[in-house]
Design a protein. Structure first.
Length: 731
């Protein structure tokens, strides 16, 4: 009988709204409750924010809210106080590419990890001597920690009925296929579970169950919001639009259809339960259209505005039954809290000192949620962990009063990693680059990496290292390389030398912060030269060298290839001794800076150069200018307008200035200018009588496989233009 009365009441309000203009007595004598249900739909779920804007504008109070997947995320944040405007601001400011991946900001990486970050585009875990396929492409590291920060002000609430708006979301048990309804527990965990799209995100373990995206079983959970006590049901559906065999589809649409296939029948039934049903027109958008947030919100706004009069009349009619002042969702952010305890779960092989040192948080001090998130990111960026997440737990002490226990959960990297990169460039031709990395080998906190570049020009590096922060650690290198050493005279190539070196080095390293390192040590090299083209040397020659070295590195670039902020400074000094006890000095220096000019322009001043005292027999420790390769090998330096290694000498100076324009998404135009000089005698550098200049224009794209660059360039030493190509990460 009660249900029948409510049905009649809803019909009168919605279908015959004029009957309620006079404020007649409500059936049943109480104010009916309004429930809002938001469907899943990945990026398309951002349209929900536009609907919320219209509902707020109408002054309609929502009594219950629930959703699945992206609808679960939006409804959860709305339930804990985020208004439609604040949600729209979050959508606009989020770095979606990073959030929906496990990527680490380059500037957050420790300096010894940055070279590998700049070389490889795909990573596979290695366990038990074989490549292991992961549970999902993304572990959810970045999105989980963002959710923890966004929900920090309700960390002490475990019952979702106690939120400003009672809330639920839905996930699925991957083992049993059962639907799981989340109405209590750790809110960020529930949010992460409801959006765990199979194969894309790894499942989430909660209470012993392995959970995935609720869209698999119930993408539009209208019936569950009704069970919470909602009498009037408003549903917003941005779920998949089924296609036919005749439609043009791609693998993303196939995956989306597969995910929602089982729940489509239930969705149709739940649509019938809605008293107001809204289906925004999202034609042309896909589940990955995260960069189209503003227009998706506008689509949601447009669809909801067609129901504005219904929302307004419903709000007015409900208030005539029982007046409840409308309050837009809002909350007081958790500014700071007293940290009383840090509990770490999951540590086995990694040094606890490494973890606590990277956390840099002290108990019995006040910290903010942002500081905690940054500390967790800092631990994760060590790369010793597959995942690092946290929870805040409220505690009370008679002496300390209210405080927070920080519960950190880590998952150590097991086995190793196989990383793969591809590259083609005009200077070094095609190559495939491979890396295997193992951590905690022999000693905790160590890293063993084996690197190889396979192609026309080979390179090999085996490195064993230990990072002790500012306290000296150590690095042991075994390395070898082979490439063609071009010999030019007056701008004309007159020969090619086949160059090979093999060697070993051991040196110290101290790292300050994440971006500054310095050290010194010793090195053995065996260098072999043999003529390949032309009579540039009399025959094959091999020599051994025993070197002392010292170096300083600074790297705060946000992107190695198209930076917008940061500095790179590298200096290397070698005291070279040959087997006949002859001694030489070699000093190489590089400086680059990225200075942002507005949103799209970046100015990049550069200075390269070096001083060497080697004789003509030790050719590799001379300086060679030309090409746009960025490899740091002995005396090779880039110079726009010259062919690879076209100008050489014992001493070199290059000054450059680039203007970079980010004209669309990850696409760039770079105007390059530089001047330079090479000399045999140091004093001739100051005269600059034989200086030269060059310029170039690069069209570049930062793609999934690395940078793609096409450069047209010329110098005053040539009568023709040169074309330079780079595709992928170089080694």
């Amino acid at each position: 009988m009660r249900k029948l009365i409510h049905v009649l009441f809803i019909a009168v309000i919605i279908l015959v709204p004029g009957q309620w203009a006079g404020g007649q007595e409500a059936p049943g004598g109480r104010r009916p409750k309004v429930g809002l249900i938001l469907s899943g739909g990945a990026a398309k779920g951002m349209a929900h924010v536009g609907v919320l804007k219209v509902i707020e504008e109408a002054g309609l109070k929502i009594d219950y809210i629930g959703g699945t997947s992206m609808g679960g995320l939006v409804s959860a944040l709305y339930a804990i106080g985020y208004s439609a405007d604040s949600l729209a601001a979050l959508v606009a400011t989020f770095d979606w590419d990073r959030l929906l991946s496990d990527d680490i900001h380059r500037r957050d990486l420790s300096i010894e990890e940055k070279p590998d970050y700049d070389r490889f585009f795909v990573t596979f875990p290695l366990q038990e001597r074989k490549v292991k396929l992961p549970q999902g492409v993304v572990t959810g590291q970045n999105i989980e920690n963002l959710l923890a920060e966004l929900c920090s002000h309700v960390h002490n609430i475990q019952d979702f009925n106690q939120f400003q708006i009672p809330f639920l979301c839905v996930s699925a048990d991957v083992a049993t296929g059962e639907e799981v309804i989340h109405r209590e527990g750790y809110l960020p965990g529930a949010m992460r579970a409801t959006m765990a799209i199979p194969s894309l995100f790894t499942p989430v373990k909660i209470d012993g169950r392995l959970l995935i995206d609720g869209g698999v079983v119930n993408n539009f959970p209208v019936e569950h919001v009704q069970e919470m006590g909602a009498d009037i049901l408003i549903g917003v559906n941005v779920g998949n639009q089924p296609f036919t065999a005749e439609d043009e589809v791609n693998f993303l649409k196939v995956m989306e259809q597969t995910v929602f296939l089982a729940s489509n029948k239930l969705t149709k039934e739940n649509i019938k339960l809605c008293d107001i049903y809204i289906a925004p027109d999202i034609t042309g958008y896909s589940s990955t259209s995260f960069s189209e947030g503003d227009s998706l919100i506008a689509r949601g706004d447009r669809a909801a505005r067609e129901h504005f009069d219904q929302f307004k009349l419903l709000a007015d009619s409900l208030n005539k039954i029982e007046y409840i002042p409308y309050a837009k969702p809002s909350f007081e952010p958790l500014d700071s809290f007293l940290l009383s305890e840090i509990h770490i779960d999951g540590i086995e092989n990694v040094s606890g000192k490494l973890l606590t040192g990277r956390l840099n948080l002290n108990v019995l001090e006040k910290v903010s949620p942002r500081q905690v998130s940054e500390a967790i990111d800092n631990v994760y960026s060590s790369l010793f962990f597959e995942k690092v997440t946290y929870e805040l737990e409220s505690v009370y002490d008679e002496v300390l009063g209210p405080s927070v226990k920080l519960k950190i959960k880590v998952k150590e990297r097991r086995g190793g990693q196989l990383m793969v990169g591809l590259n083609y460039n005009t200077s070094y031709k095609a190559s495939i680059t491979l890396n295997t990395t193992f951590r905690n080998v022999l000693f905790n906190g160590t890293k063993l990496s084996l690197n190889a570049a396979l192609g026309e020009n080979q390179y090999f590096l085996a490195r064993y290292e230990k990072n002790n922060g500012w306290r000296p650690g150590f690095v042991v290198d075994l390395k070898g390389q082979n490439f063609d050493l071009n010999i030019y005279t007056d701008g004309n190539k007159r020969g090619v030398i086949d160059y090979t070196d093999m060697g070993a080095a051991i040196y110290t390293r101290s790292i300050i912060g994440k971006s500054y390192a310095f050290g010194f040590g010793g090195e053995f090299e065996r260098i072999t030269l043999k003529p390949d083209i032309g009579e540039v040397i009399p025959g094959k020659q091999s020599d051994n060298y025993y070197n002392l070295l010292g170096y300083i590195n600074l790297d705060t670039y946000d992107n190695r290839f198209f930076p917008t902020v940061g500095i790179r400074f590298n200096t290397l000094y070698k005291f070279i001794n040959d087997q006949e006890l002859n001694s030489y000095h070699f000093l190489r220096m590089e400086f680059e800076q990225a200075a942002r000019l507005g949103n799209r322009f970046t100015l990049l001043p550069r200075a390269y150069g070096g001083i060497s005292t080697v004789d003509s027999s030790l050719r590799i420790y001379q300086f060679y200018l030309g090409g746009l390769n960025r490899t740091q090998r002995k005396g090779l330096l880039p110079f726009a307008g010259l062919d690879f290694m076209e100008q050489s000498g014992r001493n070199a100076v290059v000054l450059g200035l680039d203007l970079q324009y980010n004209f669309w998404r990850s696409n760039y135009l770079v105007l390059r200018t530089n001047v330079g000089i090479t000399t045999w005698e140091l004093e001739d550098i100051l005269l600059f009588e034989t200086g030269f200049s060059g310029f170039g224009l690069t069209l570049g794209n930062m793609s999934l496989i690395g940078p793609i660059e096409f450069t047209l360039m010329r110098s005053n030493l040539r009568n023709d233009f040169l074309f330079y190509i780079n595709i992928g990460y170089y080694f």
